[in-house]
Design a protein around this ligand. Sequence first.
Ligand SMILES: O=C(O)CCC(=O)C(=O)O
Ligand SMILES: [Fe+2]
Length: 389
Amino acid sequence: MLYVSNEPRLQLCFVFTYQLVYIDNVVISISSSCSRLLEIKTQLQPMDSDPPLLSTYRALFDARDRERIDPDAIALTAASDECELPLIDLDRLNVAGHDGRDATEKCKREIVEAASQWGFFQVVNHGVSNELIARVREEQVSVFRRPFAKKATEQLLDFAPDSYRWGTPTASSPDQLSWSEAYHIPLTPSAAPGPTEGATRHIVEEFSTAMSRLAHKLAGILAEGLGEGDQGYIKEKCTCNTCYLRLNRYPPCPIRCGAFGLTPHTDSDFLTILHQDHVGGLQLMQGKRWLTVKPNPHALIINIGDLFQAWSNNMYKSVEHRVMSNAKLERFSVAYFLCPSYDTVIQSYAEPAIYRKFSFGEYREQIKEDVRLMGRKIGLTRFLAVQSL
Ligand SMILES: O=C(O)CCC(=O)C(=O)O
Ligand SMILES: [Fe+2]
């Protein structure tokens, strides 16, 4: 007998061999063997580390099916072209001598251009070693492999208690749901972790320090590109106490029509540095089209956030992006967010200012309020200096 499960995470073939014992044509005993299959089953079963996304959110998708809404209408399955982001070699920032100066200036111009035209670009020779990225990945996998019950209830190291998130508690329709889990870690200094906790904390700190160095280097170049003499502004406002590291995991999604791994959004910081693995799924909006970012494991992805867009008076673009879930593969990414303290005032460097002055704290509060009331972030258009009627 052959039994094939329809559940993508349970693509199992159970081949049973029966041994039937007959007495006077009556079966009196059946024994079967399926030991080989049990082995496969333990590999492919949903893990006890997975958050209960399907049982929690199935009703949202059932309602959509009942109402016969075309899934393409909410763009969960819409096809998208693949794009190669501008690739910038940062090695040129380190070349000495006269030729070096030219190379450095050219590299800076490329960064400013990419931030203005794309809002997204990739960098290589960025100073964060492949070895460190691999160690972060390893640690990230092991942190997410802990049983869900532990992740949901126990604080990880001395990270803030609410740093673990999964799904979207406020979602009232499939297009508001993110099929993912994450550790959103405020980078406050550690309160002396215990001996068994040291490894994760140490790697998070080492990685954040490397990301912070890169983020400030890029932010300085972008500030210079505005003709802003005062490059100290971001250095002073974004410290190791105010930035965040986010470890993302996107479990495979068995929903037939697909789901967002992360719903469309812009980042609320100055800039973000992202490392995505080989699976892919990150898409960005260009014009009116979603483009898929081709994974490049050697590159880090940089994207401009809302605060840089506001400060640069729309010269640099904070571009909408999203992650599409994958039916079969889990995906990991890690993001570093260059954020200022909550009391930092964001004000356009040029006149007439497109956005009114606001503090980062005010911006975050407004986002929270919009998500609570409308299920989504409105973002910078809330802060336009001249509100359209
Ligand atoms: O996982 C990704 O590729 C994107 C993550 C992202 O956009 C975010 O964490 O804000
Ligand atoms: Fe993002």
